[in-house]
Design a protein around this ligand. Structure first.
Ligand code: PGA
Length: 258
């Protein structure tokens, strides 16, 4: 059975003090106290300025800290970038890559997402690879072709060896991110099952069955139960609701019920 993964994505939010107090109160919440012997895993993608604070605050708590982006080269003249070696060196568990905001505002391409995936896997870090269609692509019935292209073009940059390493896919319909709109459980399940079939074509069915596919896009305590009960939805990549301890602990409580 695949464990459920709740991965927060804080985006460009929280100073170090906020990070510290967030984790202090999360760890006092009753749902959190039940996760150690459960099938629920927790991770947070935090801003680089909070890496160290988050790592110290979550020591021995089983919470994984992720970056929200990385560069694929080990080092070099790439002003403002962080390599996977740097992320690994500070003690992170992995990185979100290919988030739609990075694709939209920072011209991230499928090929670059693939190079980042490859670099993360080679550094022993977990790639959390985001895919998803825009509103107009969905309206033109292009959802599956867009998602297929995002996966295939990224995978083409990942070596055979790196493909064997664990990774997570996050399906995030762009029109649902930060808008309060959510894909219906049936809509999301359909795309998740499609992603798993696509992965099976390249990696084999047995392996594809083990890959976690998260849903993202206005996931919150009111809609999580139905979404997370879908057979191919293995957790969530959560923006807004991951920044509030109350909401996030309610999400943990829901994930614990499966
Ligand atoms: P949201 O963000 O939950 O605020 O919609 C999700 C994401 O962007 O990963």
């Amino acid at each position: 059975m695949r464990k459920k993964l709740l991965a927060g994505n804080w985006k460009m939010h929280k100073l170090r003090g906020d990070t510290k107090s967030f984790f202090e109160s999360l760890f006092q919440s009753s749902p959190f106290s039940k996760i150690s012997s459960s099938n629920v895993e927790i991770a947070f993608g935090v801003p680089a300025t909070s890496f160290e604070t988050a790592l110290l605050a979550t020591q021995n708590k089983g919470v994984k800290i992720l970056a929200q982006n990385c560069h694929w080269e080990t080092q070099g003249a790439f002003t403002g970038e962080l390599s996977t070696a740097m992320l690994q060196d500070i003690g992170l568990f992995g990185s979100i890559i290919g988030h739609s905001e990075r694709r939209q505002y920072f011209a991230e391409t499928n090929a670059n997402v693939g190079k980042k995936w490859n670099a993360l896997a080679n550094s022993g870090l977990l790639p959390v690879v985001c895919v998803g269609e825009t509103k107009s692509e969905r309206e033109q019935n292009q959802t599956t072709s867009v998602v297929r292209q995002q996966i295939d073009e990224a995978l083409s940059q990942v070596t055979e060896e790196a493909r064997k390493r664990d990774f997570v896919v996050a399906y995030e319909p762009v029109w649902a991110i930060g808008t309060g709109l959510t894909a219906t459980p049936a809509m999301a399940q359909e795309v998740h099952a499609f992603i798993r079939e696509e992965l099976a074509k390249t990696l084999g069915k047995e392996r594809a069955e083990k890959i976690k596919i998260l849903y993202g896009g206005s996931l919150n305590p009111a809609n999580a139960k139905e979404l997370l009960s879908q057979p191919d939805i293995d957790g969530g990549l959560i923006g807004g609701a991951s920044r509030k301890v109350d909401d996030f602990s309610k999400l943990i409580e829901i994930a614990l019920s499966f």
